[in-house]
Design a protein around this ligand. Structure first.
Ligand SMILES: Nc1nc2c(c(=O)[nH]1)N=C([C@H](O)[C@H](O)COP(=O)(O)OP(=O)(O)OP(=O)(O)O)CN2
Length: 181
């Protein structure tokens, strides 16, 4: 029996003209960022400031081209590494928290929470457009970074994308995007 093709594969119902999709999974050990944060649980309850080595992974579903690839997945790895490097070794604050009021005072950020003020040096701190410094919000933020512009490459025909952020072994949050229509 020679190589099975669409023509001689007895159960093939996939005409050769149909779109071919494939999912690339990227989970490299170097895709991580070390950051300090505190999770806010309510208007009066938060964690103390602490740190994690957050790890990042992604799944990219795209059309397989006539050359048998979605694109060089080096581009996916480079885009994810850029996102990690941008967040690495900072205090991360949620700029869209309903419970935290962040203002700038000279070279410091003042974060008012439940009647107290926390002070952070601006050069060590990033205020992100997120509602909380949780794995849910970090994964959504990185997903948006990848969807903006052509972060995953000029030629990729993207159908779905998911980004997972882990704050430690056995716990992570994932955000997904899927092409509509
Ligand atoms: N829905 C979420 N809940 C919590 C998050 C989060 O990102 N999303 N994050 C935290 C804290 O950041 C905390 O540092 C991690 O939670 P914790 O339960 O303390 O887990 P540890 O990393 O300490 O691991 P354990 O071995 O389970 O103690 C809390 N909640």
């Amino acid at each position: 029996m020679g190589i099975m093709t669409n023509d001689n594969c007895p159960n093939s119902t996939t005409p050769a003209t149909d779109i071919r999709l494939a999912t690339i999974r990227i989970a490299k050990e170097y895709l991580k960022f070390s950051a300090a944060h505190f999770t806010v649980f309510s208007a009066t309850d938060r964690e103390r400031l602490h740190g994690h080595n957050f790890t990042v992974s992604a799944e990219i579903t795209a059309q397989v081209d006539s050359n048998g690839m979605t694109t060089n997945y080096r581009l996916y790895k480079d885009a994810l590494q850029h996102c990690c490097e941008a967040l690495d070794e900072y205090v991360l604050l949620p700029g869209e928290s309903p419970y935290l009021d962040i203002t700038q005072d000279n070279d410091q950020y003042l974060a008012r929470f439940n009647g107290r003020t926390l002070v952070f040096p601006m050069e060590d701190t990033l205020v992100l457009p997120i509602r909380n410094t949780t794995v849910e919000e970090f994964s959504y933020y990185i997903l948006q970074q990848l969807l903006v512009g052509k972060a995953l490459g000029d030629n990729v025909d993207l159908w779905a994308l998911s980004v997972s952020v882990s704050s430690g072994p056995g716990q992570s949050g994932e955000s997904t995007w899927q092409r509509q229509g």
